[in-house]
Design a binder for this molecule. Structure first.
Ligand SMILES: C[S@@+](CC[C@H](N)C(=O)[O-])C[C@H]1O[C@@H](n2cnc3c(N)ncnc32)[C@H](O)[C@@H]1O
Length: 231
């Protein structure tokens, strides 16, 4: 990380997600929704990614929901995160699988892998909380092989600003946190060097959220998958 302020901000983010990891994970694993989620999200990712088995990097993997699901679809998955509490849970979930994802500590903005290591870079609910989304996308492009894709799921979660979510950090330090349109995410992906950037609404996920509700303190919101390909 280039600047001390970047490091302090990232430390704050990591601490927040470590504290929140158990309740976040419990919500991800709700029994009444688990199978429905697996099917719906399986369709989302299958339509966005190359055919399995592909080499996939899941940035900001959290407790490993996406990493484990993609591994279950037959991909060879590496999930990275910087929050220790999340990494512990992701490793626990991965341990029970036949084709477990590899779970590593790593920075989504600057993942430390050789160029051309992956067929796809994915992330869910991560773009909004990156301290430098443009630099992150540029780094992901370098990690892709020819024909590789980036697929990011996100929404406009904090259109009125982050408030005190991460303490007193200014919203400006996280360029997409208070985005009012998913087009801002798409633009970051274009600026990072991706071609054919496309935004697709996730209607099936919206219907699930409407039927089952969302995490306490959150509103039901349309989510999107934003995809682009390596030049
Ligand atoms: C809202 S959670 C999403 C977790 C997971 N992708 C999911 O779909 O459930 C955001 C995650 O991004 C991680 N994160 C934020 N900034 C990161 C960074 N620079 N590098 C790695 N992980 C990061 C957090 O630690 C947290 O686990």
């Amino acid at each position: 990380m280039s600047q001390p302020t970047d490091q302090r901000l990232q430390d704050t983010i990591n601490d927040y997600w470590t504290d929140r990891a158990p309740s976040y994970d419990a919500y991800q694993q709700r029994p009444e929704r688990r199978d429905l989620d697996r099917e719906a999200w399986g369709r989302v990712w299958a339509s966005a990614l190359p055919a399995a088995p592909a080499e996939v990097l899941d940035v900001g993997t959290g407790s490993g929901h996406v990493a484990c699901l993609l591994a279950g679809l037959g991909h060879r998955v590496t999930g990275i995160d910087l929050a220790g509490g999340m990494l512990d849970l992701a490793r626990t979930h991965a341990a029970g699988l036949d084709n477990p994802p590899r779970i590593l500590a790593g920075d989504a903005v600057a993942p430390d892998f050789p160029a051309g290591s992956f067929d796809a870079v994915v992330g869910r609910y991560v773009m909004w909380t990156l301290r430098d989304p443009d630099a992150a996308v540029a780094n992901w492009v370098r990690l892709l092989r020819p024909g590789g894709v980036v697929a990011m799921v996100d929404s406009t979660w904090f259109t009125d600003g982050l408030g005190s979510l991460y303490g007193d950090r200014p919203d400006a330090a996280l360029p997409l946190a208070d985005a009012t349109s998913i087009e801002e995410t798409a633009e970051a992906m274009r600026r990072g060097g991706l071609l054919d950037v496309t935004v697709s609404p996730l209607q099936e996920v919206l219907e699930l959220d409407r039927a089952h509700g969302v995490a306490p303190g959150h509103d039901v919101q349309l989510q999107y998958v934003v995809t682009g390909r390596r030049p």
